[in-house]
Design a protein around this ligand. Structure first.
Ligand SMILES: [Zn+2]
Length: 483
């Protein structure tokens, strides 16, 4: 009863609005449901494309052409069997150790390398890619954006890294990239599961690999939750009730024989051989308040007690009261002078005359400024430093009252910028996945003793989707993590 009343109401709204907005109400081809969406497909694609550029720039793609070609091929195989095969589908593996996958309107799908190393078969990967395709064909992501979240997304991405970074940056920086990810509802999740199952079934994969993915994601979330980290997958894809049982029933209801279906266990594991595992120290890492970046060969010490974060395009520190910030980024300018001119000529900017100086022997230009934005007046200092063929921007600012106490700390941090010479830091290498074929049957515990890993036995069990005590057959391929 409730349902039909709602449908009737929706129909009434549709009738009222179709004269104004032609695309407002339509029956979704994937779900058969009526949807109230103010965004036409052309605009959906444009929105997705814009956000795609920001996400690609801020997260970065995993640097392995073979893996990128693989995900593109797999994604296209699934999306071709969806109800929206004509979208400009794109599938990318992002260089991020977190366990997540996400979809933008218009067909832009991202899989982290962190989730890739947790799958044990191609069919498992296909079930998550299919689920993300389901969010696009079900138009969940565009629905979310219709609820005025795009403004937030655009603001966060634009202000984090764009030239107008003085606007609303404090909140965005402390929240990190989480703002970029759309949060779905539980009913969206159920629908995406069903659609993902439909696409992997149509593409010839064994759908019985799907429930194991949810079990794995649950284990990852449980392990992450204990360590105080946000379980990323769950924060964007809330777990529906009885998810595994629900999907198992749906698989059984298909009433098919899946014994000849594609699983792709060994071939998938072979692709993972050598893949980076966990954070990549070459892209910068913290040792307490000291930040070191081996690829760009610099070091910088943040004030003690500040909350810091290494984002792809900026390293950010925020003070305890969250009203002052330090941000280090690369400029596209060729000299500190040119970079200072470009920065100080922004709208609303009043500054002192830029001064030429040196910081630990590196040539630099510094200035103090006062910037008036829509929200507040911000006071700060900026330094542009030439090092190793790049010009770095060190930016510190806060509210007028915060700046009085933060200024000295910011200046000390600026003064700590210098060349990274520590050979251990310069030679830092990430951990990598190594695939081992078992010569004889053994337990995971015995495997860990015979083929040591840099991770705990619990983590090893998780990425292999095994129990610690269970015996594993000879000839099975297993993952371990090595230096
Ligand atoms: Zn989802």
């Amino acid at each position: 009863m409730k349902r039909s009343l709602l449908t009737a109401r929706l129909a009434a709204i549709c009738a009222l609005t179709t004269t104004l907005v032609v695309t407002a109400c339509s029956v979704n081809p994937a779900t058969g449901e009526r949807q109230f969406i103010l965004i036409g497909e052309g605009r959906e694609i444009r929105m997705g494309r814009e956000a795609d550029q920001q996400i690609t720039a801020s997260l970065g793609l995993y640097d392995d052409p073979a893996i990128q070609a693989y995900i593109t091929q797999l994604g296209n195989r699934l999306s071709a069997r969806s109800e929206r095969p004509g979208l400009p589908w794109s599938f990318k593996v992002v260089d991020d150790p977190i366990v997540n996958a996400f979809a933008l309107p218009g067909g832009f799908i991202y899989i982290t390398r962190g989730i890739m190393v947790h799958f044990t078969s191609e069919a498992q990967l296909a079930s998550v890619v299919g689920h993300e395709i389901g969010h696009v064909t079900g138009r969940h992501s565009v629905e979310q954006l219709s609820r005025a979240q795009l403004a937030q997304v655009g603001l966060a991405a634009g202000t984090l890294f764009g030239p107008q970074e003085l606007q609303g940056f404090l909140g965005a920086a402390s929240a990190g990239l989480g703002l970029l990810f759309l949060k779905f509802g539980r009913s969206d999740e159920r629908q995406a599961d069903d659609l993902g199952l439909r696409y992997m079934d149509r593409a010839g994969f064994d759908p019985r690999e799907m429930p194991g993915v949810f079990t794995m994601l649950g284990r990852v979330s449980a392990a992450a939750g204990g360590g105080g980290r946000v379980p990323e997958w769950l924060s964007t894809h809330p777990n529906p009730e009885n998810r595994e049982e629900r999907i198992e029933r749906a698989i059984a209801a298909l009433g098919k024989d899946f014994s000849e279906r594609e699983v792709g266990r060994d071939s998938y594991l072979d692709r993972l051989d050598g893949m980076v595992f966990g954070p990549d120290p070459r892209d910068g890492f913290f040792d307490g308040a000291l930040f070191m970046h081996p690829r760009l060969r610099f070091r910088l010490t943040f004030p003690e007690g500040w909350q810091t974060q290494n984002q792809r395009q900026a390293v950010v520190g925020v003070n305890g009261s969250q009203n002052a910030i330090i941000q280090l980024s690369l400029t596209t300018q060729s000299t500190p002078d040119a970079a200072a001119r470009a920065f100080l000529s922004q709208n609303g900017m009043n500054s002192s005359t830029p001064r030429r100086t040196t910081i630990n022997g590196l040539s630099a230009v510094t200035a103090d400024f006062r910037a008036t934005t829509q929200q507040a007046t911000l006071v700060g200092s900026v330094a542009f430093v030439a090092h190793d063929g790049n010009v770095f921007q060190l930016l510190g600012y806060g509210t007028t009252s915060a700046w009085r106490s933060a200024r000295d700390e910011v200046q000390r941090t600026f003064g700590s910028f210098g060349e990274l010479r520590d050979p251990d830091a310069l030679g830092a290498e990430p951990l990598r996945v190594d695939i081992v074929t078992l010569p004889s049957a053994m337990t995971l515990q015995q495997f860990a003793e015979r083929y040591p890993s840099e991770i705990s036995i619990e983590q090893l069990a998780l990425i292999n989707q095994r129990e610690v005590g269970a015996t594993i057959e000879a000839g099975t391929k297993l993952k371990r993590v090595v230096k």
